[in-house]
Design a protein. Structure first.
Ligand code: ATP
Ligand code: MG
Ligand code: FE
Length: 343
């Protein structure tokens, strides 16, 4: 059983997960209200909120499960990538607990948490699988070959898709966080009504680009020729078309994979899920999308990544307690740098 801690963005979260996929207890505190007035996450506010909430939350989760730290096999904490102040708060707490209890510390890459979370939800999902990781900070296609073995096939050369959803929401005056609000408004609009670009569609490498799409949304809004619902629906359709085109390209390059998996906050989007499901069925692939609460940031996925590490290496002695938080930490260190791309 692993205790997981997540604090890399605007969710403070703690969870207790067993190697046989049971989430014994978990708590998540979102900071949406604190950041809403600013239209995005403010790093200093996030770090302070994590620091205030984490200690009582750790106690509450152990209390919910009726367990003490003695019962835990290891402590897993997000060590990056993310907002450095928040990551440090969670990692320092993890180190303190590890030191106090004598249990190993497992430093988890937040993206690895997202990447492995579908295996927590679905025990039939084996390696390898093609993973679309779409969140507020990342938009990548990875071939997940095993625990710790991730081959990056594509990334974004500018914005992440969640970011494009959030910016579209801001342009349309919907507020933060934008993804769910754009999706709701899009239900009332016509996805074919506003001509918007499909950046990089048909290009040779399977990379993504969303900055041009966001600018086109801004122009469409300023033109006054379209309803907000039509813009939202057309934006969402353009995003779907880009995802499908790029995934087809990645599959063509990397070869067949038995399963297609989606993870990250944008995976909560139902229209995107259906399009991915259809793509998977065209290619005779199993399709796995974790339940919504496992898609957005949470600690169960961090604890589960710790469980996966322990299953792979049962005598794992723990990561060094002087390990540093990493604001940038690519899952695939061998991936070629792409101009303008994040990790
Ligand atoms: P990262 O994991 O890359 O550091 P993050 O922590 O911001 O980034 P998540 O919590 O995984 O990412 O996801 C949040 C993102 O998901 C936001 O950009 C949000 O707008 C987007 N999102 C959430 N729900 C939906 C939805 N229904 N449709 C589209 N986007 C959504
Ligand atoms: Mg978040
Ligand atoms: Fe995330």
């Amino acid at each position: 059983m692993v205790l997981g801690i997540e604090s890399s963005c605007d969710e403070t979260a703690v969870a207790l997960v067993t190697s046989d996929r049971r989430i014994l207890a978990q708590r998540i505190a979102s900071q949406e209200e604190e950041h809403a007035p600013y239209g995005g996450v403010v790093p200093e506010i996030a770090a302070r909120a994590h620091a205030q909430r984490l200690a009582p939350m750790l106690e509450a989760v152990l209390g919910d499960a009726g367990l003490s730290l003695d019962a835990v096999d290891a402590i897993a904490a997000t060590a990056g990538p993310g907002l450095i102040g928040g990551v440090m708060v969670g990692l320092v707490s993890g180190k303190a607990l590890a030191m106090a209890s004598g249990k190993p510390l497992i430093a988890v890459n937040h993206l690895e948490g997202h990447a492995l979370s579908p295996r927590l939800a679905d025990e039939t999902l084996g390696f390898p699988y093609l993973l679309l990781l779409v969140s507020g900070g990342h938009c990548q296609i990875l071939s997940v070959e095993g625990v710790g073995t991730y081959r990056r096939l594509a990334t974004t050369i500018d914005d992440a898709l969640g970011e494009a959803f959030d910016k579209t929401a801001k342009i349309l005056g919907l507020g933060y966080p934008g993804g769910p609000k754009v999706e709701r408004l899009a239900m009332e609009g016509d996805p074919k009504s506003v001509p918007l670009p499909r950046p990089l569609k048909g290009s040779k490498e399977p990379h993504f680009s969303f900055a041009g799409l966001k600018s086109a949304v801004l122009r469409a809004h300023e033109s006054g020729d379209h309803s907000d619902a039509d813009i939202a629906a057309s934006f969402q359709q353009a995003a779907v078309d880009c995802l499908i085109d790029r995934l087809e390209k990645a599959l063509g390059q990397a070869g067949p994979h038995p399963a297609l998996v989606v993870a990250g906050g944008v995976a909560a989007n139902q229209v995107i899920r259906s399009a991915l499901e259809a793509l998977a069925s065209r290619h005779q692939m199993q399709f796995v999308a974790p339940p919504l609460q496992l898609c957005t940031d949470n600690a169960a996925m961090i604890a589960w990544a710790g469980c996966e590490r322990l299953i792979q290496t049962p005598d794992f002695a723990g990561d060094p307690l002087d390990l540093k938080a990493r604001p940038r930490w690519p899952l695939d260190p061998d991936a070629e740098a792409v101009r303008g791309a994040g990790v």
